[in-house]
Design a protein around this ligand. Structure first.
Ligand code: BV8
Length: 242
């Protein structure tokens, strides 16, 4: 435990990755048995893959969407939402995850920088809408009535993540940046800690193991999210300690 808090912490940015949902039963990407095991991500999570093998890509996301029905938020989602709802300062939650577990845990604000399994988009009419549970290439768009161009509203490799301007403003104003359950491999999310450091935030990492960017954090806690996250946020809320 290190008490950095010579000054009061008023603004906090939290970034989460797949590790925060792992104990809810959702596979991460790069752990053993992960989503990318046996796949090359660029064969699935790219526009090229969608164009060349749409039904395979849609199946990959259909199965992840249906898996959401069988899982629940875990203690780390609940600790984050409780902190958001009780902290007197400003908290901004960014997730790389496309699941809805932060929302189901009661988080009042969640920015899905890589989109959401619960949303789909039609590339004919550009309409974003609630995702049909299981859809395929032949599924007709409810908005424009055409088939063949519905896709999950997730950000593929090579596509620009959502609301980066808002994210950068929040990071630049933050007193504290907390990264939870991410390997620090995928950019621009993996670059947020460097940006936060450069603009004066204290940076804390909570992860099962060292990530690609652990050395950029002022302090990091290794362990399971369901153990470390509740401990961290209760110390911060009750004792103003990190
Ligand atoms: C961009 C889709 C330009 C949704 C994802 C070549 C060509 C094109 C692009 C690039 C290129 N080279 C580099 C790039 C950039 C590329 C990139 O970073 N590639 C990497 C592979 C090098 N990035 C992009 O393409 C991005 N777009 O660059 O556009 C641009 C950008 C800005 C401004 C202008 C232009 C788009 C990136 C988004 C790609 N989409 N997914 C989906 O399917 O979900 S990526 C996917 O992996 C996820 O979305 C997630 O964001 C990302 C990272 O995964 P993590 O969440 O970190 O999960 P991971 O399994 O890796 O790690 C889990 C961690 O949790 C582990 O550390 C583990 O130890 C820990 N853990 C596990 N269990 C627990 C735990 N911790 C605690 N408790 C536990 N129980």
């Amino acid at each position: 435990m290190t008490n950095f808090l010579k000054k009061r912490i008023g603004r906090i940015v939290i970034l989460t990755g797949a590790g925060v949902s792992a104990e809810s039963g959702l596979n991460t990407f790069r752990d053993s048995g992960g989503l990318w095991e046996g796949y090359d991500p660029l064969d699935i999570a790219t526009v090229g893959a969608l164009d060349s093998n749409r039904d395979m890509v849609l199946d990959f996301y259909n199965s992840r969407r249906s898996q959401l029905n069988d899982c629940l938020p875990n203690l780390s989602h609940l600790a984050i939402s409780s902190f958001q709802n009780n902290f007197s300062g400003h908290v901004f939650l960014i997730t790389q995850n496309v699941d809805d577990l932060h929302e189901r845990a009661g988080s009042p604000q969640v920015l899905h920088m890589h989109g959401s399994l619960k949303s789909m988009r039609c590339d004919y009419c550009a309409e974003e809408m609630k995702a049909i549970e299981m859809f395929e290439k032949s599924t007709i768009c409810p908005s424009c009535g055409k088939a063949g161009k519905l896709r999950p509203d997730v950000v593929f490799f090579g596509e620009i993540p959502k609301q980066l301007d808002e994210i950068n403003i929040e990071i630049e104003k933050a007193d504290l940046f907390v990264s939870i359950g991410t390997s620090g491999i995928v950019y621009p999310a993996a670059g947020f800690v460097a940006h936060a450091r450069n603009t004066g935030a204290i940076c804390v990492e909570i992860n099962k193991e060292r990530s690609e960017v652990t050395n950029l954090f002022d302090t990091s806690y290794s362990g399971l999210a369901t153990e470390e996250v509740p401990r961290f946020f209760s110390n911060l809320l009750l004792k103003n300690e990190i």
